[in-house]
Design a protein around this ligand. Structure first.
Ligand SMILES: C[S@@+](CC[C@H](N)C(=O)[O-])C[C@H]1O[C@@H](n2cnc3c(N)ncnc32)[C@H](O)[C@@H]1O
Length: 365
């Protein structure tokens, strides 16, 4: 009891100081002369405050997005997703372990951990779904799980834990702040030799052909019964979001032009954020000739050699509640043996709205 009170007090004070620092930062930045003195290069200060603002906005969005039943039920009804987590937690959580469940939602991963014999589970969530998580735990007789209404960055403990559980993967893998949130907890609260579940991820970006009947060309590519839209090419929109397909379903994709391979592999146990770079080059030899319509972004989460969770549109066992995304290109025909080189530039991995891409072709070797 005393310990719980002390921890809540510490977490509350920490959250309060963060808020004061943010207000202080905003106050200083509203005074250019003072900001230049405090932060040095004003352009750099602007970049920092933009990043903080983006993070703050994302926190607000995430907090509301997951508060309702709608998003939670989609995730829980996703059979491959739940099978992956049930098996991974059963494998990695040992009797007596202390566990943090980062973003517990309805508490399902905490329940898996308790079933594996965890001594204590700290189930964190910053959205109002935590109210239902508590009711569910009571109704299901779940013991040893403490539900804590907090953002993970504001959470602290006097001791380190054995396991961090999380499901923070977005359609673009990185767009739900998985990397910064998990690394923050890892650095502060995971004991040496502890584990993160899941920790290994593959990020893919594959050149693909969309089924003819599902393809939506850019406006200037169209010719509708002789009415030619080509002159609009000069009026291409500047908004980068226009160049991404937001809602995609697996039925859209006919094939990948090359053989799929990870464009990036990360292990959250060891990853340093600056390791990820800001530019990826992806080269694919064409084995399925045809039209290039765009690059399909999807991911795989791995636990050991035998457990995988995939959002690929071409995997029969894909986890259905994840969408995948297409980085659109103008149509281009490819023959077998040619090579496509994609350059993907990312300002921030967490903000796909700022990604840009281009490709070149070569004869191949
Ligand atoms: C994708 S859902 C996963 C829910 C649950 N773990 C499951 O597997 O069904 C992510 C949950 O994490 C919460 N969340 C996201 N980022 C968080 C953070 N940094 N701290 C606390 N909760 C967070 C959201 O409110 C949401 O309920």
């Amino acid at each position: 009891m005393f310990f719980t009170l002390l921890r809540r007090l510490t977490a509350g004070s920490f959250a309060f100081f963060r808020r004061v620092l943010r207000w202080g930062g905003a106050w200083v930045q509203a005074r250019p002369a003072l900001a230049a003195w405090v932060y040095g290069d004003p352009q750099e200060a602007e970049r920092v405050s933009e990043a903080e603002l983006a993070e703050e906005n994302y926190r607000d969005f995430n907090h509301h997005y997951f508060a309702g039943f709608g998003e939670q039920e989609k995730m829980l009804a996703d059979g491959p997703r739940m099978a992956f987590y049930a098996a991974a937690v059963a494998r990695r959580v040992r009797p007596g372990d202390r566990v943090i469940d980062l973003g517990t939602g309805t508490g399902i991963l905490s329940a898996f951990a308790a079933n594996s014999g965890a001594a204590r589970v700290y189930a964190l969530d910053h959205s109002d779904i935590l109210k239902q998580a508590r009711r569910l735990a009571e109704a299901n007789g779940l013991a040893g799980v403490e539900f804590i209404a907090t953002h993970s960055r504001d959470f602290t403990l006097p001791e380190r834990v054995d396991v961090i559980l999380h499901e923070q993967m977005g359609d673009y893998l990185f767009d739900e702040a998985m990397v910064p949130n998990v690394i923050d907890l890892r650095e502060r609260l995971l004991r040496p030799g502890g584990v993160i579940v899941p920790s290994c991820f593959e990020f893919y970006c594959e050149p693909a052909k969309v089924r003819d009947e599902r393809r939506i060309p850019f406006l200037w590519e169209l010719n509708v019964r002789g009415y030619d839209y080509a002159c609009l090419e000069d009026d291409r929109p500047e908004n980068p979001n226009y160049y991404r397909h937001i809602g995609c379903d697996p039925g859209m994709i006919e094939h990948f032009l090359g053989l799929a391979a990870p464009a990036l592999k990360i292990d959250l146990m060891t990853l340093r954020p600056d390791e990820m770079g800001r530019e990826l080059k992806i080269v694919r030899k064409v084995v399925n000739p045809g039209r290039l319509d765009g690059f399909v972004v999807y991911f795989r989460a791995l636990e050991g050699d035998d457990l995988a969770l995939s959002s690929s549109p071409l995997d029969a066992g894909r986890a259905p509640h994840w969408g995948f995304r297409i980085l659109r290109t103008e149509a281009a025909e490819f023959t077998a043996g040619e090579e496509i080189t994609l350059t993907l530039r990312v300002g921030s991995w967490a903000e796909p709205g700022g990604w840009s891409w281009s490709w070149t072709r070569s004869a191949g070797g």
